[in-house]
Design a protein around this ligand. Structure first.
Ligand SMILES: Nc1ncnc2c1ncn2[C@@H]1O[C@H](COP(=O)(O)OP(=O)(O)OP(=O)(O)O)[C@@H](O)[C@H]1O
Ligand SMILES: [Mg+2]
Length: 225
């Protein structure tokens, strides 16, 4: 089976003009459909940098990222955006919801961007939010939701397009144990039900153990733990 994401000798350095910081060093990674992977590693080792490269949000210094067998470096920005919208969902550490929009509007947004009509987008968003216990919060803005509720909305927004791969950067990092467990269960459930790959950056060993593969990012490379 072909990989949904593949990194080939992926390197990345930050360069602020004077100082070059080499973060990823010829790293290789293959993610197959339906697979769940935890990425652990010390603060500052490059986990968020790696996730941004997997999602096509930044470009490698050397090596390649293939998304559904397409080399992202070969695409212009518009086509990268389209390919990303087709295949990926992204959940950030802090939810990044649009503060002036309701939960429903936030979740429906990716569908509207993909040219769905508003009525059908709202219907799908409302169903997904109801499935995750937020049927009474559809019209709440992010400021009117708890931290766990906001993160669930953010996950719904990432999943509404049925992405082949969900990239999550410490999605439970700022939640209490109960909400973290709920959010994790939701992602794992959807990973299994939709056979979408799940790549989760986390500091939490308990969460990591719930993934099929646990990788540790160290000295710019990934090692099986
Ligand atoms: N824009 C930038 N310019 C220069 N260096 C940067 C920049 N962004 C990040 N870095 C450095 O790159 C390294 C990797 O950062 P990254 O954010 O990927 O770490 P991380 O593993 O996600 O850490 P954390 O667990 O704290 O979120 C760090 O040493 C960081 O200081
Ligand atoms: Mg990070």
């Amino acid at each position: 089976m072909s990989n949904i994401i593949e990194c080939q000798d992926l390197s990345y350095s930050y360069n602020d003009g004077k100082l070059e910081t080499s973060v990823l060093k010829a790293l290789n990674l293959s993610i197959s459909p339906g697979e769940s992977i935890a990425i652990l590693g010390q603060s500052g080792c490059g986990k968020s940098t790696l996730l941004n490269l997997l999602g096509g949000m930044s470009q490698p210094s050397a090596g390649k990222v293939l998304l559904n067998n397409v080399d992202l470096a070969q695409l212009d920005e518009e086509h990268t955006t389209l390919l990303r919208a087709e295949h990926l969902g992204f959940v950030y550490q802090f939810h990044h919801l649009l503060k002036d929009f309701s939960a429903l509007d936030n979740v429906a947004m990716p569908l509207l961007i993909r040219d769905n009509d508003k009525q059908s987008a709202n219907k799908q968003a409302s169903e997904l939010l109801s499935n995750i216990g937020l049927q009474n919060k559809l019209n709440h803005r992010p400021s009117e939701l708890s931290g766990g509720e906001r993160q669930r909305v953010a996950i719904a927004r990432a999943l509404i397009t049925n992405p082949s791969c969900l990239l999550a950067d410490e999605p439970t990092g700022n939640l209490d144990a109960k909400n973290a467990a709920d959010v994790l269960a939701l992602m794992v459930e959807l990973n299994q039900a939709q056979n979408s790959a799940l790549v989760m950056v986390t500091h939490d060993q308990m969460i990591a153990q719930k993934m099929q593969r646990v990788l540790v990012l160290e000295d710019g490379r990934l090692n099986e733990s």
